[in-house]
Design a binder for this molecule. Structure first.
Ligand SMILES: NC(=O)c1ccc[n+]([C@@H]2O[C@H](COP(=O)([O-])OP(=O)(O)OC[C@H]3O[C@@H](n4cnc5c(N)ncnc54)[C@H](O)[C@@H]3O)[C@@H](O)[C@H]2O)c1
Length: 455
């Protein structure tokens, strides 16, 4: 199969690389010349574990190439995938379909023979029909079908998710398009990964319903965590006890600073908007959005309360700024709520992130960036864990505590425990949905004798 992949972001690039690894000929297109230049030079514009090696292997084999020229990629393609962004439209929460429709118009002009135009971007119900109308209007002679093929990969585990998916969802209108799609996914089909073939609308809805459900699960446990704090229960044990129930499952049941990332926030908002448009408010999803925002704000209060509400002039070290580990994606990361609030309250913030620094530096002005957790903690008044990167999971807590001016730890991912922190010499430890431990009073702010090493 010859495939054109429009958009080389997190989804388009991973999909393009993996399709070429299946043995298809793939040309990836992006309108951003810098991305294409980087890719052509063998670089990967995003951080995704394993992507560089798989990409190099398939470029080497001649099956994978990159261009800014959409016409060249679409010419003779059996399938043209649209994998462009669908961010939240400013003002109303709806998915912004500008990039999708623009891509559809460009594809219409470039089609040379029969092709299936497949929307991989997450789009509201009815969009594939709109794509079809747009193409037919722009090029009435075009010979094509549309298909909806929502993507479920997770950043940080994207290759494995693509190569070993729980399911593939394909929405089509006829057998011809279904055949092209099953040919594309044949390697997975042969390995018994389930392929669910549906109509266009159901495929579109499955993606929003799945993401809203996962966001609900996370938000549910975050709300339970807040109640655990009031009642003295331990949310980690509660999640364990719930997750062992096969009907519930243990995934997406970890209390933390609220969901973020490129998908859940925008997809829950878009689903809520779709409900409003159809006169059927998605009440559960609307509440999830509200509770998630409250959860984030609660994290700011947690850090402030840990320092008795006095953060002005304090030095706070933050470990992890990306929305989750193993990605450099900063979209809707909880750090974007927590860090500006701390800086706004007069704190000096230092941050460490294994991959997020490059993306985060413009989004988080006023932060001092360091490379190492121990350096960040040195002489700090508090340490905050915001993202559970592996390298933050086995820190030498004693060494951290000894280096701090006031040893206070806000573990917003529940990696450690009160006992670990106490033993290591921390004076205060707060986490999410568990009992805090508070000892000693934070010292008043004083002028630093030596300048902050990061300044
Ligand atoms: N990121 C994820 O984990 C994930 C997972 C599942 C689904 N999705 C969905 O996939 C879609 C893409 O997400 P993403 O995170 O990869 O987006 P992204 O913003 O990282 O990448 C989109 C790319 O498309 C390019 N582009 C836009 N218009 C173009 C055009 N006309 N021609 C060529 N290139 C064009 C942009 O330059 C950009 O590089 C979204 O709808 C998203 O909801 C994302």
């Amino acid at each position: 199969m010859k495939i054109a992949m429009i958009g080389t972001g997190y989804v388009g690039l991973v999909s393009g690389v993996c399709f070429s690894d299946f043995g298809h000929d793939v040309i990836c297109v992006d309108k951003d010349p810098r991305k294409i230049e980087t890719l052509r030079a063998g670089g990967v514009p995003i951080y995704e574990p394993g992507l560089d090696l798989l990409m190099a292997k398939n470029v080497e084999s001649g099956r994978l190439s990159f261009t800014t020229n959409l016409k060249e990629a679409v010419d003779g393609a059996d399938a043209v995938f649209i994998a462009v962004g669908t961010p939240t439209r400013r003002g109303d929460g709806h998915a912004d379909l500008t990039f999708v429709m623009k891509a559809a118009e460009e594809i219409a002009q470039a089609l040379t023979g029969y092709a299936v135009v497949v929307t991989k971007s997450t789009v509201p119900v009815g969009t594939n029909r709109q794509v079809k109308e747009t193409i037919a209007r722009a090029n009435p002679k075009a010979d094509f079908d549309v298909a909806s093929n929502p993507e479920f990969l997770r950043e940080g585990a994207a290759i494995d998710d693509f190569m070993r998916p729980d399911r593939i969802v394909v929405g089509v209108q006829n057998d011809r398009a279904a055949e092209v799609m099953s040919e594309i996914y044949r390697p997975l089909y042969l390995r018994d990964f389930p392929i669910l073939t549906t109509d266009l609308e159901s495929a579109e809805m499955i993606k929003y319903a799945a993401n809203a459900f996962l966001a609900t699960k996370i938000t549910f446990i975050n709300e339970i965590a807040a109640l655990c704090e009031r009642t003295g229960a331990d949310v980690k044990l509660v999640s364990q006890g719930m997750g062992l129930d096969g009907r519930i499952g243990n995934k997406f049941l970890h209390a933390g600073p609220g969901y973020g990332g490129s998908c859940f926030p925008k997809d829950t908002k878009a689903l809520a908007r779709i409900g409003q448009e159809y006169g059927l408010p998605m009440q559960i999803t609307e509440t999830v959005i509200k509770v998630n925002e409250e959860t984030r704000r609660r994290m700011v209060d947690k850090v402030a309360d840990m320092l008795d509400g006095k953060i002005a002039g304090k030095t706070i070290a933050v470990l992890g700024v990306t929305f989750k580990p193993n990605t450099d994606d900063m979209r809707e990361a909880p750090s974007l709520t927590v860090i500006p609030a701390l800086i706004g309250g007069g704190a000096k913030v230092r941050a460490v992130d294994p991959q997020g620094h490059r993306e985060a530096v413009d989004l988080l002005p006023g932060v001092n960036w360091l490379d190492d957790a121990y350096e960040a903690a040195k002489d700090a008044d508090a340490l905050v864990i915001l993202t559970e990167w592996n390298e933050f999971r086995a820190l030498d807590l004693k060494r951290l505590a000894e280096g701090m001016r006031f040893a206070a730890l806000a573990d917003l991912r529940n990696i450690y425990s009160s006992r670990d922190a106490k033993r290591a010499g921390f004076k205060r430890y707060v986490s999410v949905g568990r009992t805090d431990f508070v000892e000693a009073t934070p010292p008043e702010v004083r002028e630093p004798v030596v300048a902050d090493p990061a300044e």
